[in-house]
Design a binder for this molecule. Structure first.
Ligand SMILES: [Mg+2]
Length: 138
């Protein structure tokens, strides 16, 4: 079977001048010092625009996105493999680590979006449930 996962999110350039079907430019509005204000919904919208601009929606099925995310978890794992605990990351390693963590995060956000999950609410609810399940010691 062909490489259905080729149109993946992990090879997206940081600045993408592709126009979305709505005439917006993909990739130009979240990297000018406003990073701390980006919500998960913003990322979802950005990823939707990215997929729309490339007509990749058809590839972004839950199964494909999950498998792509697991592949990225594998790439992330390779950074840690056979090293023992790393005390200080070299800058090049940190850049690579950031890229792979981002790949996992972006696929997770896209997967949640495609599945109709509000990841912000789901994560907040899960933290709340965990706090009840594992109360701090008195
Ligand atoms: Mg990767």
């Amino acid at each position: 079977m062909g490489n259905l996962l080729q149109p993946c999110l992990s090879h997206a350039p940081l600045h993408d001048n592709t126009l979305t079907p709505h005439g917006h430019r993909v990739g130009d509005d979240f990297r000018d010092g406003e990073d701390e204000k980006i919500s998960l919904k913003d990322f979802s919208k950005k990823l939707q625009e990215f997929a729309d601009a490339r007509e990749w929606e058809k590839y972004h099925t839950p199964r494909n996105l999950l498998l792509a995310m697991v592949g990225e978890v594998g790439e992330l794992s390779e950074i840690f493999q056979w090293k023992g605990e790393v005390e200080n990351w070299e800058e090049s390693e940190k850049e690579h680590l950031g890229e792979e963590l981002s790949d996992v995060l972006l696929y997770l956000i896209r997967l949640a979006d495609i599945c109709g999950i509000d990841l912000t609410n789901a994560a907040l609810n899960k933290i709340h449930k965990n706090a009840i399940k594992y109360p701090p010691p008195l």
